[in-house]
Design a protein around this ligand. Structure first.
Ligand code: DX5
Ligand code: ZN
Length: 217
């Protein structure tokens, strides 16, 4: 079970205190730190861009997992490499050339991820799996934290089968909590993003709550 990684999303953290929030979740057992970049265009919400991500980098000791919910992606790849992203994930729906985008992400020295909205079939990534280190299955429509889980276990199982023995993570993002996590892990997921479920009930002044929440997932 502990080969499953937990990647808390700092979208649910205190935006005035990112440095302490990142340290708190890492001290409490987070495996990766998930950073949600939104552009107010690909998704109806706006978060942060390369300068903020570069500032987060100074605090992240584990793995900085950057999820781009932006379109287009390609003009910004270099900026996120420069900001220190370890993994950069682009949506397959963000443009017509995901193959080129994944090549460019690896070419810039990062691990490459490809994300799928709930309405997009597993087959959309079937021909780019050799260019990807991670497939992110969205279990909410992206844009906001705290939405309810959309069951995508069929899609996760299908991806698990088409990935076969390639070294590609299956990451689940949206509505992951202690109730939904076991289902997605049983279907083949090995990285769980969780925003509200990690930060709820806690505060950066009392990080033990985060630890309990992380362990409960
Ligand atoms: C949704 C983001 C998620 C979000 C998850 O657009 O990509 O990473 O923060 O939040 P919860 O876990 O609250 O659904
Ligand atoms: Zn995300």
């Amino acid at each position: 079970r502990r080969s499953v990684k937990i990647a808390p999303s700092i979208l649910s953290a205190d935006f005035a205190d990112f440095g302490r929030e990142i340290r708190a979740i890492e001290d409490q057992g987070a495996d990766w730190v998930h950073v949600d970049v939104m552009d107010g265009h690909f998704v109806p919400n706006l978060t942060f861009g390369p300068p903020a991500v570069k500032a987060f980098r100074r605090h992240v000791k584990t793995v900085m997992d950057v999820h781009l919910m932006i379109a287009p992606v390609d003009p910004y790849i270099e900026a996120y490499a420069e900001a220190g992203a370890d993994i950069l994930t682009a949506h397959v729906e963000a443009g017509p050339h995901i193959h080129r985008t994944l090549q460019a992400i690896r070419g810039a020295g990062m691990k490459a991820g490809v994300a799928l909205n709930p309405g997009t079939p597993a087959s959309a990534v079937a021909h780019v799996l050799d260019l990807a280190d991670l497939v992110c299955v969205m279990t909410v429509n992206p844009g906001f934290g705290g939405q309810s889980f959309i069951d995508m276990t069929g899609k996760i199982a299908e991806l698990h089968a088409i990935i076969g023995d390639r070294p590609v993570h299956i990451e689940i993002d949206g509505g992951v909590d202690p109730k939904t996590a076991p289902k997605v892990v049983a279907a083949g997921a090995d990285v769980l993003v969780a925003g509200s479920a990690v930060f709820k009930g806690g505060s950066v002044d009392d990080p033990e709550v985060y630890g309990r929440n992380i362990r409960a997932i």
